[in-house]
Design a protein around this ligand. Structure first.
Ligand SMILES: O=P(O)(O)O[C@H]1O[C@H](CO)[C@@H](O)[C@H]1O
Ligand SMILES: [Mn+2]
Ligand SMILES: [Mn+2]
Length: 401
């Protein structure tokens, strides 16, 4: 008997009840992608036509959408084979990855994050000064809200000439530093991120993110897989901490270890892209001991497609993930529990490039209980259910389903 939590990063299924507060009323990541596909607006050289995700639909994704918004998106009507589906809205404020994952793991965020204003410059002068002094930098570029790919196209060449890193933020509580892997150096980038992490702790900023890139000109700059997140630790004991205390085997896939600031994250396995992460998940599962926990994050939905407002790419990523689900389900043993969910939305049809405050799906297979999961307040019910399944102490915030 083991438990698996798979987070499809940013796969929201409709605006959260408080979405208006975030300017996200009407956002719907899966719904709008399905609509675009059906309308023939998401055809590309890798996919075409209506969204084809039969395995997620069999787990109840279409019906979870109905619970969240009152309608099944076009093309997602299907026979549900497993009736353990539901949706959840987030208690924590914000719409970013750390709070979404921590809440899934049983720890909603009880405080308000710090954010940087939409001004230029947007970082406090003392912060920039401190960073330049302590890291020996001649200055910084950017100093604004931006899309990560656009800002390296804009400032990448100047960065290479001057050695000034590109610092930017978003609607999330983040301080992001982009620098060239070779001319600036990867280790040096990590090093200045660690300095920035210490400097912004008092500002309650959730993450410093290293954004290394490669290439020679604005036309061919490309971010590499060596991104690293410097997160603050979760503000309470998560399911990972409980499982660690109980001596359980833990496998984390992808950026889960960064998101939880490496606390209780067990054996971490990485992969460059969703398919490599899926391979790692299968490998991790094969080695996961009885009563163990596997916690995985699939990042491409968000980083490559949601933030880039790439509807066809997002649809193709959902289809590719869906296609691999049978490999996973065929490896589950009797008594294992699988929960597929998400941490927030990132509607690729929405304005701007930020996350969207959305409800998330809960697709469970199978659960101990036969009552419907329904519409949940708080992602913590997911962690509470996995914890109960593993026989861990009932110390998390949520109620199990
Ligand atoms: O535009 P890029 O650099 O992908 O940044 C995005 O990535 C951050 C982390 O998900 C978000 O806060 C958003 O700013
Ligand atoms: Mn995320
Ligand atoms: Mn994101």
């Amino acid at each position: 008997m083991r438990a698996l939590i798979l987070v499809m990063d940013s796969v929201g299924i409709g605006a959260a009840p408080d979405a208006a507060r975030y300017g996200d009323e009407g956002a719907d990541t899966v719904g709008h992608i399905a609509e675009a596909c059906t309308a023939g607006h998401a055809d590309s050289n890798v996919r075409e036509g209506p969204l084809r995700i039969p395995n997620l639909l069999a787990l109840g994704l279409g019906e979870a959408c109905r619970l969240a918004t009152g309608r099944v998106p076009p093309g997602l009507e299907a026979q549900v084979q497993h009736r353990q589906f539901g949706c959840a809205s987030e208690i924590s404020k914000g719409k970013d990855t750390p709070s979404g994952h921590w809440e899934i793991a049983g720890v909603p965020v009880p405080f308000d994050w710090g954010y940087f204003p939409r001004t230029r410059p947007c970082f406090p002068a003392e912060l920039t000064k401190g960073l330049c002094e302590q890291a020996g930098l001649p200055g910084i570029l950017g100093d604004c809200h931006a899309s990560g790919t656009e800002i390296i196209a804009e400032f990448g060449e100047r960065h290479m000439q001057t050695g000034m890193p590109i610092c930017y933020t978003s609607a999330d509580s983040v301080f992001q530093i982009a620098a060239h892997e070779e001319t600036f150096g990867l280790e040096r980038l990590y090093c200045i991120c660690a300095i920035a992490r210490r400097l912004i702790d008092p500002l309650k900023i959730g993450r410093v993110i290293a954004r290394p890139f490669a290439g020679t000109t604005a036309r061919d700059f490309k971010r590499t897989a060596h991104r690293r997140d410097f997160s603050v630790p979760p503000p309470g004991s998560t399911i990972l901490d409980l499982a660690t205390s109980a001596g359980r085997d833990i496998v984390t896939i992808g950026k889960i270890d960064d998101i939880f600031a490496h606390r209780g994250t067990g054996r971490n396995m990485r992969g460059d892209g969703n398919m490599a992460l899926f391979d790692a998940t299968l490998k991790g599962l094969a080695s996961l001991a009885d009563e163990g926990l596997l916690f995985a994050n699939f990042i491409d939905f968000d980083t490559l497609h949601g933030h880039r407002r790439d509807v066809a790419g997002y649809a193709a990523a959902l289809e590719a993930f869906d296609e691999r689900l049978p490999e996973l389900s065929s490896r589950l043993r009797s008594g294992d529990l699988l929960i597929i969910t998400a941490d927030h939305g990132c509607d690729p049809t929405w304005s701007g490039t930020d996350h969207t405050r959305e409800q998330v799906p809960i697709l469970a297979w199978p659960t101990q209980s036969s009552s419907p999961i329904g519409k949940r307040t708080g992602f913590a019910d997911i962690g509470a259910t996995a914890a109960r399944h593993l026989g861990l102490p009932a110390a998390l915030r949520g109620a199990h389903f």
